[in-house]
Design a protein around this ligand. Structure first.
Ligand SMILES: C[S@@+](CC[C@H](N)C(=O)[O-])C[C@H]1O[C@@H](n2cnc3c(N)ncnc32)[C@H](O)[C@@H]1O
Ligand code: SF4
Length: 449
């Protein structure tokens, strides 16, 4: 890829895990709106539950997640009963008792929880919400220092899928990101989970890290492949030190430039594909028989706050500080600061800081952007069938995009527009042209590649 193209298309843009994106949520949506939206959920609606644990016992300097470093267990022990209080309250407001089909614990590091608390929290969720018999239960796992007792507790709690953080296996990169993690300790956790019947595994890998070279990325990818995960999330490091102060520990001059990032992503993708993985959207890979790969082939892929998913639940309910929910009417986000969140839950049982009520036009643009991000294609006939005359301006916007497409990234076939192989890495920038909020330039984002 030519350097000038990389420069043209690497203007900072959102990752589009939602539309509109979180910086455009507003305080018009608060606790009362959320309660009424919860009350509107129907008995036969399906739910995806997300639980956020905002603590880690070491802090990685690249981390963009909402988390806090703690060496003591007390802040975690104090947080847990508050989180459980929120779960109880929300389950009551969802009075028609919709059924949860998915449960995901993220963070931070949910594996900071001790075995007793893992079971306590899982049991509390299962007794508060109706859960389907085949509940898919996943946890984000930091493999460093995890005990057999914690693995036993997760298996006993009904874990079906695990997502394990790796990032990079090379000591000189690990040193620069404050995350020392050997291949052997990672393998112990992979083997330990499989021995306990948790066979569906994802590993997180990163490129664009400080002092990381193409060789480092490839060596990490080879080791990851040797562990045989069903899925691999391959994230480009998002450097946003104006939002995450600890990222200032990473010197900008140690970061690979956009062209090098591009090469790292490309070479690693090639290796993963050669090893039999199917590429899913921008940054995921899966074995061809994995549910995510099947969904991709059947154009059922979706985006949620964790990235690409085949989750098609009617609503996503988030619990814990900073968590985001999505209901048919719109988005809600909990208070971010953990202490403020805890105070609000103690007082009110609900702690919404902001949200967004979707208009019909927002829904149409959200669908369009999701289709572009997932399928690399958009069909104006399909848009019109779903959204009627609201889709009219999109036809013109697509025609305009096609007319100004000097690179030949947009392939037009009657009302069907698809993105060429060469244009795919720039899909976030292409999607941004349909984002009416993006033009306002209110939020700062990370590099598009
Ligand atoms: C909550 S962590 C995963 C679980 C656990 N805390 C761990 O680190 O092993 C989520 C994942 O997000 C990715 N991530 C975190 N910060 C990032 C950033 N600034 N840019 C891109 N990806 C990032 C990492 O791959 C990380 O594994
Ligand atoms: S990457 Fe994981 S372990 Fe590291 S600071 Fe972020 S949430 Fe914590």
């Amino acid at each position: 890829m030519q350097p000038q193209l990389i420069e043209k298309y690497t203007k900072p843009v959102p990752r589009y895990t939602s539309y509109p994106t979180a910086p455009h949520f507003n305080s018009d949506v608060g606790n009362e709106t959320y309660k009424s939206w919860l009350g509107d959920l129907k008995k036969d609606d399906s739910l995806s539950l997300y639980v956020h644990i905002p603590f880690c016992d070491t802090l990685c300097w690249f981390c963009g997640c909402h988390t806090k470093h703690t060496l003591k267990y007390q802040p975690v022990a104090d947080y847990l009963p508050v989180l459980m209080k929120e779960i109880t309250a929300i389950s009551k407001y969802a009075k028609n008792r919709p059924t949860a089909t998915r449960l995901h614990w993220g963070g931070g590091s949910p594996t900071i929880l001790n075995p007793e608390d893992i079971l306590r929290l899982a049991n509390h969720i299962k007794s508060s919400f109706e859960c389907s018999d085949d509940l898919e239960f996943s946890i984000e796992i930091d493999p460093r220092g995890i005990s057999d007792e914690q693995l036993d507790a997760m298996a006993e709690a009904g874990l079906t899928r695990a997502s394990i953080g790796v990032q990079d296996f090379n000591p000189h990169v690990q040193e620069k990101i404050n995350r020392i993690q050997t291949y052997e300790e990672t393998k112990r956790v992979v083997d330990g989970l499989r021995a306990r019947g948790v066979n569906s595994l994802n590993l997180d890998v990163m490129y664009g890290l400080p002092n990381q070279t193409q060789q480092d990325v490839e060596a990490t990818v080879d080791k990851v492949i040797s562990l045989g995960p069903d899925r691999i999330a391959f994230f480009g490091y998002a450097h946003v030190p104006w939002m995450k102060k600890h990222q200032t520990m990473i010197l900008e001059k140690s970061l690979p430039d956009n062209s090098e990032r591009f090469q790292q992503a490309n070479h690693a993708a090639k290796r993963l594909i050669e090893a039999g993985y199917q590429q899913i959207g921008l940054d995921h890979f899966a074995k061809p028989d994995d549910a995510l790969a099947v969904a991709e082939r059947e154009n059922r892929l979706a985006r949620n706050f964790q990235g690409y998913t085949e989750d098609n639940a009617d609503a996503l309910l988030g619990f814990g500080a900073s968590s985001i929910g999505k209901l048919p009417q719109g988005y809600v986000q909990n208070i971010t600061a953990t202490s403020d969140y805890m105070r609000e839950i103690e007082d009110n049982g609900v702690a919404i800081a902001k949200g967004y009520a979707l208009s019909d036009e927002d829904r149409m643009r959200a669908h369009l952007i999701e289709k572009l991000m997932c399928d690399y294609a958009i069909d104006t006939g399909d848009l019109t069938r779903k959204f009627g005359t609201l889709a009219k301006p999109i036809e013109l916007e697509l025609q305009d995009l096609h007319a100004h497409d000097e690179e030949g990234f947009i392939i037009k076939n009657e009302g069907h527009y698809s993105i060429s192989e060469e244009g795919r890495p720039y899909i976030r920038s292409i999607a941004a042209t349909f984002d009416t909020f993006f033009a306002s330039g209110k939020a700062r984002h990370s590099s598009a590649v």
